[in-house]
Ligand binder design. Structure first.
Ligand code: ZN
Length: 297
């Protein structure tokens, strides 16, 4: 079976949806590509951001909670999320973030110069340069993420033995891996494990790995179950199909298909412009439109 080539999406819990929109659209320059609801909790938005071409492997999604229920970062969660920017653009990104009144620290977290900062709701982010230059400085997708595993050895095993990531040589105490796909997404397991986290605003809910289609998704379901993981049934997420599991370090992993994609219910040009509901909730549209805060789009 083909190894996992890249991240499909990462999903985090944040606060006010308009603050979330302003930050990712206006500060980071991403595009809102889908407004829908959390299919498991439809009174909450599910907002998807990607690059302007809706390129796979660039999608970060949010459940914006409006209840002030902040989480605690810790093991059993995805940690800092890193975006990749064109080669030579790190200094201008640093200036830009500082001009937005963000506290920015330059570290070597991803094995090279890394800008570390938090979003408006305390979600930990980073910016790292890629290998390629571009005509503009826009984010080109994920660079990778940290996994706050409760069991770094167990997490390493699923990443390398089952998912085919390569372990990198980096001189720090954390383990570094990268996907074998052309994106070479960089995954770090933090060692030693932190105390256990609690989901809430400012924490990441899960990381999803990309698989091409339903056939391959089912093969992964079999393979993961055969390796002793408790794996969910296939869930229809409208834009992709998914399975979920808690890996040995308690981080929630999702495996999600690239098809059918985000343009299944609206044109590529108007992605994100209107509230999209899955069929099972369409009859309650009026209720959700009243309940959900209006977005300043
Ligand atoms: Zn997901």
């Amino acid at each position: 079976m083909e190894p996992i080539k890249r991240i499909h999406h990462i999903t985090a819990i944040v606060g006010d949806p308009n603050e979330n929109l302003k930050f990712y659209r206006d500060v980071l320059g991403l595009r809102l590509i889908k407004q829908t609801v959390n299919f498991d909790d439809p009174g909450v938005y599910h907002l998807y951001f990607g690059d302007h071409n809706d390129t796979p492997g660039t999608v970060i999604t949010f459940f914006p909670w409006t209840n002030d229920n902040y989480g605690r970062k810790g093991s059993g969660q995805v940690g800092r999320i890193a975006f990749r920017v064109p080669k030579g653009s790190l200094d201008s990104w640093k200036e830009h973030l500082i001009a937005q009144d963000l506290e920015v620290e330059t570290t070597q977290l991803f094995g090279k110069s890394t800008l570390e900062f938090d979003d408006i709701h305390g979600l930990e982010l980073a910016i790292v340069e890629g290998e390629e230059t571009a005509e503009n400085n826009e984010i080109v997708g994920f660079h990778g993420s940290v996994l706050l595993s409760r069991n770094p050895a167990g997490t390493k095993k699923i990443l390398t033995d089952l998912m085919g990531l390569t372990e990198l040589e980096v001189e720090d105490q954390n383990d570094h891996f990268e996907t074998v796909g052309e994106e070479k997404h960089h995954i770090i397991t933090e060692i030693p494990p932190q105390p256990r986290g609690r989901f809430g605003i400012g924490t990441v809910h899960h990381i999803a790995w990309s698989v091409p289609n339903m056939e391959v998704l089912k093969a992964w379901q079999d393979k993961l179950m055969g390796s002793g993981f408790g794996v969910t049934a296939v869930r229809d997420r409208n834009y992709f199909n998914s399975i979920y599991l808690s890996e040995k370090g308690n981080v929630v992993f999702e495996f999600a298909t690239d098809d059918p994609g985000f343009d299944v219910d609206e044109d590529k040009d108007s992605l994100g412009a209107a509230l999209k509901l899955p069929e099972q909730y369409e009859h309650r549209r009026e209720e959700y439109e009243t309940l959900l805060p209006k977005l300043d789009i």
